[in-house]
Design a protein around this ligand. Sequence first.
Ligand SMILES: NC(=O)c1ccc[n+]([C@@H]2O[C@H](COP(=O)([O-])OP(=O)(O)OC[C@H]3O[C@@H](n4cnc5c(N)ncnc54)[C@H](O)[C@@H]3O)[C@@H](O)[C@H]2O)c1
Length: 320
Amino acid sequence: MNILVTGGAGFIGSHIVDALLAEGHRVSVIDDLSSGSRDNLPAGVPLHVVDIVDTAAVAKVLAAERPDAVCHQAAQMSVSRSVREPLFDAQVNCIGLINVLDAAVREGCKRVVFASSGGVLYGDVTTPAPESTPANPVSPYGITKWVGERYLSFYAAEHGITAVALRYSNVYGPRQNPHGEAGVVAIFCKKLLAGEPAVINGDGHYVRDYVYGPDVARANVLALSAACAPGTLTSLNIGTGIGTDVVELEALVRPAVAAAALGRGHSVASPQPLHGPSRPGDLRSNLVDASKAAEVLGWQPTVAFADGIARTAAWFADRA
Ligand SMILES: NC(=O)c1ccc[n+]([C@@H]2O[C@H](COP(=O)([O-])OP(=O)(O)OC[C@H]3O[C@@H](n4cnc5c(N)ncnc54)[C@H](O)[C@@H]3O)[C@@H](O)[C@H]2O)c1
């Protein structure tokens, strides 16, 4: 298939590009490189450096590429920025999405896979939430992910395309940007490799469902060809259903980073973590139930958490 990945130079998008190329697909990318990097892409993958908010530029790329399917990962993904700048958030996450969908259907694209978020749709849940959990987004970012799914449902019904929304839990792994507010594993790896303590917000007993980036990429590859009904939207959770709090997470990352550094010939100090103020609005607990993805896509996470942490620490240590 000929597949266009928006946000393909980012963390998850670039793992999707790798997985699609490995399956023999032709892949092209739209990315404005606001948080992604050209270095994340293998040589030879066409990269269109375009802002998805730019209607004419998006239309031009879609007319040139004429993809069979679009995998839409590009987004404004900072919850706090969405609170400070809801207009910017809506421009990228709603107008940008509409630009991509309009151009895609005009050029005959038959399938769209959309990066949604279980983390922001379900709110505080202490047991893994199934897709039937009523959506309760509390930030503009969460609202635009929910609205994004509604637009997808509309475009599917109106244009007969097959639409799949993958509601990721907390994704981590190599290539995650350690400079944002999300991506606690990447942030801790970077700090610990610099010999500095990780900073845990509040008491650190904030439970999340961590899923490994390349596992999420595989879910996208499956969703791009799964037998989902045309004309409808299928929403699927992508996560492990296993909760880990930030204190436990730090205790896993610290020795993994030390081992990765040692394996590369240098030792790091591995100081004990510090505790900073809690972040207003942080959910206490969030977990997703991915059994529907197992049924519909045949998807299950394959990388155990300790293994994924070791691989991520190794990746950051190689670049320290
Ligand atoms: N990382 C997670 O835990 C997580 C969880 C749930 C959902 N998601 C969603 O997954 C998708 C990918 O996230 P990620 O973690 O890989 O983040 P990322 O920042 O690494 O990837 C986003 C990519 O989109 C690009 N981009 C941003 N705005 C753009 C614009 N206006 N025009 C063109 N390109 C633009 C960025 O440069 C970047 O390469 C996003 O839609 C995000 O909301 C991520």
